[in-house]
Design a binder for this molecule. Structure first.
Ligand SMILES: NC(=O)c1ccc[n+]([C@@H]2O[C@H](COP(=O)([O-])OP(=O)(O)OC[C@H]3O[C@@H](n4cnc5c(N)ncnc54)[C@H](O)[C@@H]3O)[C@@H](O)[C@H]2O)c1
Length: 396
């Protein structure tokens, strides 16, 4: 049923209403504190679809901004827009976020925040110079299980954290090419070595380890396997004579080892071109001095020295109710369920930051440190796995 947003709702402009932007729009329209006053996309069919969603949910039409790749700046000029959600291809995220911050608009940006270390610096500086708030939309940090583990870490149940193991292993070969055999925006990046999509994996582990608060990443060393998965796929789908067969490809599986200032170690895997089923696209494991946690293939287990009756893994569900994060406790039953309900929770949390005068839950320093992995892992792969130092973005 259509329901108007309250007068103090945050007025959003949605930039990019393709697959992800539309999914987030539908989740956002279920959050009372979010009003959608403008939508923007290169494709008028997509803005038309977005208008219909807003009209159905809120009985009002948002303004439409469409046209060329710089038209989003017209949305940034609008006085009825307080905040923007950016869900365009990742090549566009940094410049759009920086322009929005300069225009005094709050930003929630899809992942990754930036593609290069220079863009990360530029973004951190723009956020520092702006009164507006920046958040990276790392929804995996909002999974109920990941937030419960954060709660347990804060209560000391794992003791001192020493090691994390995480990955994004998601067969996305079908997203790399159009049906006619052209590269999509994802496909255009297939020749980039290293980890091209690190934030869903590193985000929760980074929050558990208090990175950018009491610890920070200092170095990364990265290696990749040979590239074979896509050649096989392209041959089957477009034929052995396809020009795509000649395109240089980065390796299929990439592993990075990150060290933190406090001496913690994180193993981070990335693979989006190998065939496999994936009950979950991510995994997150944690080791502390008093317990361990593992979340693989959407199954979560825990072992705590102080509580587990035997030296055997226990089903994490046993602990979920006791350690459920306060944000999840407040969730209502009618949530939009995409990504385990995390998308809507994330958007509600961002909208509430302003009323509750809190820090961004995924700060610009998180966004920069996690996104810098793209370039630093690529440089390390090209240097035969040689460790690369992380810039200290807090010094911006
Ligand atoms: N957090 C998640 O779980 C998750 C899931 C999927 C995608 N993503 C991220 O979301 C982003 C979008 O992915 P997608 O799958 O929706 O892609 P998509 O191609 O379906 O949508 C992108 C949209 O942006 C529009 N666009 C491109 N350039 C533009 C410009 N200059 N101005 C205005 N509109 C522009 C396109 O027309 C398109 O509609 C990516 O960065 C991706 O990494 C995140």
């Amino acid at each position: 049923m259509a329901a108007a947003a309250p007068a103090d709702a945050v007025r959003f402009g949605w930039i990019g209403v393709g697959n992800r932007g539309t999914s987030l729009l539908r989740a956002g329209l279920g959050v009372g504190a979010i009003e959608v006053t403008a939508v923007c996309d290169l494709d008028p069919q997509k803005t038309g679809r977005a208008v219909d969603f807003v009209q159905t949910a809120r009985s009002r039409k948002p303004a439409v901004v469409t046209g060329g790749p710089d038209e989003y700046k017209r949305l940034l000029d609008r006085k009825d827009v307080d905040a923007v959600l950016i869900a365009t291809p990742m090549q566009e995220h940094a410049r759009m976020a920086i322009d929005a911050l300069k225009a005094g608009k709050h930003v929630i940006s899809e992942v990754p925040a930036a593609l290069t270390v220079q863009e990360c610096w530029d973004l951190v500086r723009a956020a520092k110079a702006s009164k507006a708030t920046y958040m990276m939309a790392e929804n995996v940090c909002y999974y109920e299980t990941n937030m419960a583990v954060l709660n347990m870490v804060k209560q000391g149940l794992f003791g001192e954290l020493t090691y994390g193991e995480c990955g994004y292993v998601h067969d996305t070969r079908y997203l790399q090419y159009t049906p006619e055999g052209k590269l999509t925006w994802r496909g255009e990046r297939l020749n980039q070595p290293g980890n091209r999509y690190p934030t869903h994996a590193i985000g929760p582990v980074s929050h558990w380890m208090d990175i950018n608060r009491s610890d920070r990443f200092v170095s990364i060393a990265s290696q990749s396997s040979r590239a074979a998965g896509l050649a096989d796929y392209v041959k089957k789908k477009f034929g052995a004579d396809s020009p795509l067969m000649k395109m240089p490809m980065a390796g299929d599986s990439n592993i990075s080892l990150l060290r933190t200032e406090k001496g913690r170690l994180i193993e981070l895997r990335y693979d989006t071109t190998s065939p496999r089923p994936h009950p979950s696209t991510t995994y997150h494991n944690l080791q502390g001095t008093q317990g361990s946690y593992r979340d693989e293939e959407n199954r979560q287990d825990i072992w705590l020295e102080s509580r587990s009756p035997k030296v055997e893994w226990e089903d994490f569900k046993k602990y979920l109710a006791e350690f459920q994060h306060p944000l999840w406790k407040k969730q209502t039953g009618d949530q939009y369920t995409m990504h385990r309900g995390a998308d809507q929770l994330m958007l509600r949390d961002f909208a509430n930051v302003f009323q509750e005068k809190r820090e961004s839950p995924v700060t610009v320093l998180d966004a920069a440190a996690w996104s810098a992995i793209l370039e630093l892992s690529a440089t390390s792969v090209e240097a035969g796995g040689a460790p690369q130092q992380f810039p200290d973005f807090a010094r911006a």
